[in-house]
Design a protein around this ligand. Sequence first.
Ligand code: WT7
Length: 642
Amino acid sequence: MSIESVSRESRVFPPPASFSERAHLKTREEYEAMYQRSIEDRDGFWREQAEAFHWFEAPETICEWTPPHAKWFVGGKTNLAYNCLDRHLGTRGNKAAIIWEGEDGEVITLTYRQLHRDVCRAANAMEKLGVGAGDRVGIYMGMVPEAAVIMLACARIGAIHTVIFGGFAADAIRDRLNDAEAKLVVTQDGAWRRGKVIPLKAQVDKAITDCPTVKHTLVVKRAQNEIDMEPGRDKWWHDMMAVVSGKHEAPALDSEHPLFILYTSGTTGKPKGVLHTTGGYMVGTTLTSKYVFDLRDEDVYWCTADVGWITGHSYIVYGPLSNGATALMYEGAPNHPDEGRFWEMIERHGVTIFYTAPTAIRAFIKWGERWPMEHDLTSLRLLGTVGEPINPEAWIWYRNVIGRGECPIVDTWWQTETGGMMLTPIPGVTPTKPGSCTLPFFGVSPKILREDGTEAEANEGGLLVIDQPWPSMLRTVWGDDERFRQQYFSKFEGKYFTGDGARRDEDGYFWVMGRVDDVVNVSGHRLGTAEVESALVGHKAVAEAAVVGRPDELTGQSLVAFVTLKGGFSGGDALKAELIDQVGQEIGKFARPSDVRFADGLPKTRSGKIMRRLLKQLAAGVTDLGDTTTLEDASVLDKLRQ
Ligand code: WT7
């Protein structure tokens, strides 16, 4: 049985000449030559790329590959924080590294020199608390500048950070801290979200009653909410920072020194601690930031992700700073105080590069064009998306309404495990097709395989696999190398299995259809649910759609569509029939949902991912929905149940 790919998108948008002329990479030939070299002479290519960084000792071997284990820049000694900060002091010391905006509108600009000083202080503070190289540090914070400071400080002293997204509750925090055996937890009194205080320290207090390895907490004062401080154990950030020096010498760390653990959900209940290491991650995230965002010194770059996810690690903190860029960081919600917040910020800060998620774009569409229209967005020159397949309609809206029909869009496919972007346009080079993440980045060798391991033909859906190592790849699952091998390298021996279904078209462009676990089988047709969703969102009434399979006696599975509508439309039998017909028209009768349910909102994690597991259970009529603690808005479920 094959994965059937059914999207029919044929529009092509070449990069505007005015963009290409000024870009780091200007022509398809340049890209092709670099790409060929990166595949045919992998070590030579990466040796050259690594020369742009500061190494205390140069690497001897570029890549050691004993599947499934890779080592990169072996023998090299470096320091990622040194490369993000110290390296720029001579040339960009007084340039803004991070422009931070609080939800209340407060703005703090940290220059490279100031950020360097704060990171040195935080490094000294941690050492004073007995934290050293190899120790694990939990970070449970909102989007405050101190989150970036402490990550960089960990990287500086060689402590391994594990950032736990601020939306997780005490039990989830506890499990992660215990799995990592963290010694220190860095948090804040409370975080601001839609004008309300989310009590972070209180969650940590609850979690660590059960975490024997945690010796201290370090607490940033942000929301001034009342908290408990346990004497001896809990320290205020500002107290510690006041008594330590702003000088700290970055130690030379092994290229393979562990950098961070980031937990991500797998198919079992237990999250996987994805481990990244220093040298390869540094080179990978820096190079992708440079070429995919076409970063230049005068850019104001804004990635709207949270530092609790990989996008925040790679493309708010490490990649941009290593390039000496100016990154905007925003604390709060996109619709606070109103739905114009992002556009107002882009205008006020003169943002030139904007990187967000399809789910956010669909929210913007739902809120309506009037919000972006009220602002001058002409500073923007490049748009990006990440996190899920983007439906062509949202892509076109993004291009026209936010990008004035002029900004290239980079649809970047990658994963927590890949560390950095893998399939992506190069904005001055790659003609884009709405919904396609286009071509592989340098050094990335993707294949579409059938279940039996043979290669699929053009336009034949299959499993997305990477068959060569790349610098920023995960090294293992923390504490569970067997799970690492099982999960990623056992389906196809020695090749990295992404868990995604995809196809490659006649031009070699990749179209990712989503997780194979979201692939639904209707009457022997395996369908990427994203494609059905895209068809639904093509209807003028639909704001967002999520399609899941439910068991069906006749067809194996049938499709249930959960749909939210744009303002001015209301759901009813007529619209239901219209939508089902629309899918039949666009894809084929076999892909028609058997049921369409209208809703005010879809159940999402706080990172914006639709919780398909819940929708599948709802569709199947399951009443006990299990763990729903990661939901952004729990009331959505009650409405969907009715
Ligand atoms: C999964 C990884 C990468 C950082 C954020 C998510 C999906 C990601 C795309 C894209 C289609 C995408 C894949 C992937 N995904 N980007 N541009 N087009 N699908 O990281 O939580 O590790 O999720 O997100 O299914 O496997 P993550």
